[in-house]
Ligand binder design. Structure first.
Ligand SMILES: [Mg+2]
Ligand SMILES: [Zn+2]
Length: 167
């Protein structure tokens, strides 16, 4: 069984002060590559799990999202970062199992890739990320405004990575 770090996207990997509707809107935080490198070198799989209800709301399409994620993965690759998978929930009004705070994306990735959720982490900047991580049985790390329900609170992904590799 693998150990994994599940990452929310916006506010964790990239700065989303402005909405991300196309690749040029995708602004990496300056510490993102260093943080992911630390996590990978500690032998964790990395998965991105992102709510993208803007698809169902009609702000952008599956094709737009694919071009954004292709850009993200290309920049990762240019920095020698290989992640395991990216999963998104396109729903907004439709009832689904995948939209965080539900744990559907974490559960399906765990099944597909044989991930041991109990020894894995969920890192996010919103309460819904922490709730999804807790429901899946992961240790949770909140970025930004501290959350009373998170296991740990930090300021950014680099601090989360430094914490994960020393726990
Ligand atoms: Mg977020
Ligand atoms: Zn969904």
């Amino acid at each position: 069984m693998k150990r994994a770090v599940f990452l929310d996207r916006d506010g964790v990997i990239n700065d989303n002060k402005k909405p991300v509707n196309k690749p040029s809107d995708f602004i990496f935080f300056p510490w993102t590559f260093e943080a992911l490198d630390l996590i990978i070198k500690a032998n964790f799989s990395i998965f991105v799990v992102t709510n993208q209800g803007g698809i169902e709301m009609g702000y952008f399409t599956e094709e737009n999202l694919k071009s954004i994620h292709d850009y993200m993965l290309e920049q990762f690759m240019n920095n020698n970062i290989i992640i395991d998978d990216v999963k998104h929930c396109p729903h907004f009004k439709t009832h689904c199992e995948c939209r965080k705070p539900l744990p559907g994306m974490l559960n399906s990735l765990s099944q597909k890739y044989s991930v041991d959720l109990k020894s894995s982490y969920m890192v996010g900047d919103r309460e819904m990320d922490i709730e999804a991580g807790k429901k899946a049985g992961c240790t949770t790390i909140k970025i930004g405004k501290p959350s009373p329900q998170a296991d740990y609170n930090v300021s950014n992904l680099l601090q989360a990575a430094q914490l994960i590799i020393k726990i």
